[in-house]
Design a binder for this molecule. Structure first.
Ligand code: ZN
Length: 170
């Protein structure tokens, strides 16, 4: 069986095209396979800290205070819950940024109180390791008669008196 000149050239070109396709497909597969390995660890932002705080799932102020005994954002060296606010000092390592700690406290107490919170930061330990002072308060309610009787965090019945969902009878 002998090929004529044109047939041979056609065959070679066809084989070349097929080889190119196979190489392209293999390269695509290889790129796809290496992508998940390149995933970066989460950046230690406010939002990341907030997710960590929410993940502790505190149902009350007491739960939140218990969660503060061991946090991923730093060592809590002082906690002072007083009427409507919690004063907290966080002793951070270099790897525990200030904004992450603030986010953690926001996530923790907004979950515990089922209410928006405000995190003030009157004293900062700086960019590296250091002690940061935060003050967590309930964010003011814009309107509604229930605002006046909103519970005080840290007081005995706070969890029971927290605002309920609209459909609730509370
Ligand atoms: Zn700070």
């Amino acid at each position: 069986m002998a090929f004529r000149g044109e047939e041979l050239i056609f065959l070679l070109v066809a084989l070349g095209c097929l080889a190119a396709l196979v190489i392209a497909f293999a390269t695509w597969l290889a790129a796809k396979a290496t992508k998940p390995a390149a995933r970066k660890p989460p950046r230690k932002t406010f939002e990341h800290g907030r997710r960590l705080g929410r993940a502790a799932k505190p149902a009350s102020t007491e739960d939140a205070l218990r969660a503060l005994r061991s946090t991923p954002v730093g060592d809590i060296t002082s906690v002072a819950p007083v009427d409507g606010r919690v004063d907290i000092v966080v002793s951070r390592k270099r790897t525990q940024p200030c904004t992450q700690a603030a986010g953690y406290l926001a996530g923790l107490f907004e979950t515990a109180w089922a209410h928006e919170v405000h995190v003030a930061h009157p004293q900062c330990g700086g960019e590296g390791a250091g002690a940061c002072h935060y003050v967590v308060t309930r964010a003011p309610i814009v309107s509604g008669a229930r605002a006046a009787e909103a519970s005080t965090p840290g007081s005995g019945g706070a969890p029971r008196r927290s605002p309920r969902a609209r459909a609730g009878r509370g």
